[in-house]
Design a protein around this ligand. Structure first.
Ligand code: MRU
Length: 362
């Protein structure tokens, strides 16, 4: 998508096999490009959230394997490389998916060809992500058009949580792709952006990318969504997912579940946009089976912002030493989900419907 009039993807590589990312920890205040040169750089980038968002974590891990081989690791090291990467973040299943894809592609390749093959496969995963998200956008556009037909209007108000935008994928985003496609179709689209405490991905990333791509939006505090729904200001909730089970339970950024409850109480459609690679076919019960990442307490007790003099700083908002909890994701049960907008079409969040998707993609 566009930043200051120029097209960017959230990760890219050049002909010299150098891989670059945008440091998402310091947006929107600073736009900094960083090169990831070895396995340790990649692990830190994922763990410390220079890159984040389920699909982008997967693509980054794929390039991590390729760059690790470039920086001296051998085929024998593949298991070690993958286990280091798998330890970075536990919830987004795309990380596991991308590493499985890399392993499958490389296990039967000999040492002389492995480097070329690793970059070829990582490039394929990169391209596949762009195509999937574009398709999600086209499929989500149909849903937006249906809602507008019922509403007899050309204006849609969408609430989104966290950042399921192009910064969380390679390009387009998942939840934002239907939004970008709607705008291209001439629909008057307006987005309510949840700030998304504790890390504020909504305030810092979603609002930033929507503004660079000319999408009308208002930033709101996380607690405002229910009130706006009660007053008819929201036509649709559209979020992403980090892991969705074979029965349609959706794991996403902490706070998503509360939005789904409010949407249900107010009869507002609650859609989840996700590529097929975000579905964990091995799991059924999201609440009991999905590992939920617990992150640092500092993310709760501190907030980061821009001080006078253009310095990015963290400030403590609670009494020093206050005990905190910081679960980073929650699970929205399938009964609260109106539909899953995937790259293969829109599916009901239930086992029977998802079985059809599984058969189609196997
Ligand atoms: O902790 P993050 O920023 O990696 O969490 C991101 C989300 O929860 C997104 O909604 C999800 O990954 C979907 S991204 C297309």
């Amino acid at each position: 998508m566009i930043v200051n009039g120029k097209h960017y993807t959230s990760i890219w590589r050049n002909e010299k096999k150098q891989v670059f990312i945008i440091d998402q920890r310091i947006l929107p205040h600073e736009f900094k490009i960083v090169e990831l040169k070895n396995l340790s750089d990649f692990c830190i980038a994922i763990k410390d959230m220079l890159v984040r968002g389920a699909p982008l974590i997967g693509v980054t891990a794929a390039y991590a394997v390729a760059v690790s081989l470039l920086s001296g690791h051998k085929k024998n090291d593949l298991d070690m490389i993958c286990s280091n990467l798998l330890e970075t973040r536990p919830t987004a299943v795309n990380l596991f998916w991308a590493l499985e894809e890399m392993k499958k592609a490389l296990l039967s390749v000999n040492d002389d060809d492995i480097l070329e093959q690793a970059f070829k496969k990582a490039d394929e995963i990169f391209e596949h992500d762009i195509i999937s998200n574009k398709k999600i956008g086209e499929n989500g556009l149909n849903i937006i058009q249906e809602i507008l037909k019922k509403k007899k209007s050309n204006k849609i108000n969408i609430l989104t949580h966290c950042n399921a935008g192009w910064l969380a994928t390679v390009d387009w985003g998942t939840a934002t792709s239907p939004i970008y496609h709607a705008k291209k179709k001439g629909i008057d689209v307006h987005v309510f952006v949840d700030e998304t405490r504790p890390r504020n991905q909504g305030a810092q990333l979603t609002a930033w990318e929507l503004s660079h791509n000319n999408i009308n939006h208002d930033l709101i505090v996380d607690n405002a969504g229910g009130h706006l729904m009660q007053h008819g200001e929201i036509d649709m909730v559209l979020v992403g997912s980090d892991r969705t089970t074979s029965s349609g339970d959706v794991c996403n950024k902490i706070g998503t579940y509360l939005k789904a409850l409010s949407a249900k109480d107010n009869n507002i459609p609650f859609y989840v946009a996700l590529p097929n690679s975000t579905i964990d076919w091995n799991l059924k019960n999201g609440l009991t089976e999905i590992p939920i990442e617990e992150r640092s307490h500092e993310e709760v007790s501190y907030v980061q912002g821009l001080l006078e003099g253009n310095k990015i700083e963290k400030v403590n908002i609670s009494l020093a030493g206050t005990s905190c909890r910081n679960p980073a994701f929650d699970v929205t049960p399938s009964r609260l989900v109106s539909g899953l907008i995937t790259d293969y079409g829109v599916y009901q969040a239930d086992e029977n419907s998802l079985k059809k998707l599984k058969e189609l993609t196997e």
